[in-house]
Design a protein around this ligand. Structure first.
Ligand code: HEM
Length: 150
């Protein structure tokens, strides 16, 4: 163990078990929704985040922030790897390190996503049979973003 790294990490929390071993969402989701509906869904998710107590963590321009996130979700749901092409390796846990994310923040983030997913089949043509798998992915992957103990 490198003592310099240990010191600089301070109170950083690492979830037990390491990176989640969860199946990625089914690529049939992108095939059914297309890019525009995913962009709209993520914009609406950022509107929920904007109304939530997580708001201070996010930049002023939530629409711009949502576009960057949408590039990631388009690839995740089975579309082209736009995030990788535009911004490089997603390395999501590392990119979330500047923000103190504890279990309460994770629960609030998931709640915001749930609001949007409740209407997703009608609003964005999200295939309803793939909602449970996507929810399971978010539930597991979001644990890996937690970097602060409560
Ligand atoms: C666990 C709770 C989470 C919280 C509180 C959280 C919070 C944040 C914050 C504060 C940012 C930076 C916003 C910005 O500066 O533009 C961000 C960016 C992002 N988050 Fe999360 N996040 C969480 C989980 C997740 C999960 C599970 C995913 C993916 C499934 C995800 C995907 C992204 C993406 C793609 C970005 C954009 C990265 C970039 O700016 O390049 N987040 N998140």
């Amino acid at each position: 163990m490198n003592s310099h790294i240990m010191m600089s990490e301070g109170q950083m929390y690492t979830p037990p078990g390491g990176p989640p071993r969860v199946s990625p969402p089914d690529p049939a989701i992108y095939a059914a929704m297309g890019a525009d509906a995913i962009v709209q869904m993520i914009e609406d998710f950022y509107t929920e985040l904007e109304r939530s107590w997580l708001r201070p963590m996010f930049p002023h321009d939530m629409v711009a922030a949502s576009r960057k996130s949408a590039a990631f979700f388009i690839g995740l749901l089975g579309g082209p790897p736009l995030y990788h092409q535009l911004y490089g390796n997603p390395a999501m846990r590392a990119r979330h390190m500047p923000f103190p994310i504890d279990e309460a923040a994770r629960q609030e983030w998931l709640r915001c996503f749930d609001v949007v997913l409740a209407d997703a089949p009608t609003r964005y043509h999200f295939p309803p049979e793939h909602l449970p798998g996507f929810r399971a992915f978010l539930e597991a992957f979001s644990r890996w973003m937690v970097n602060t103990a409560t």
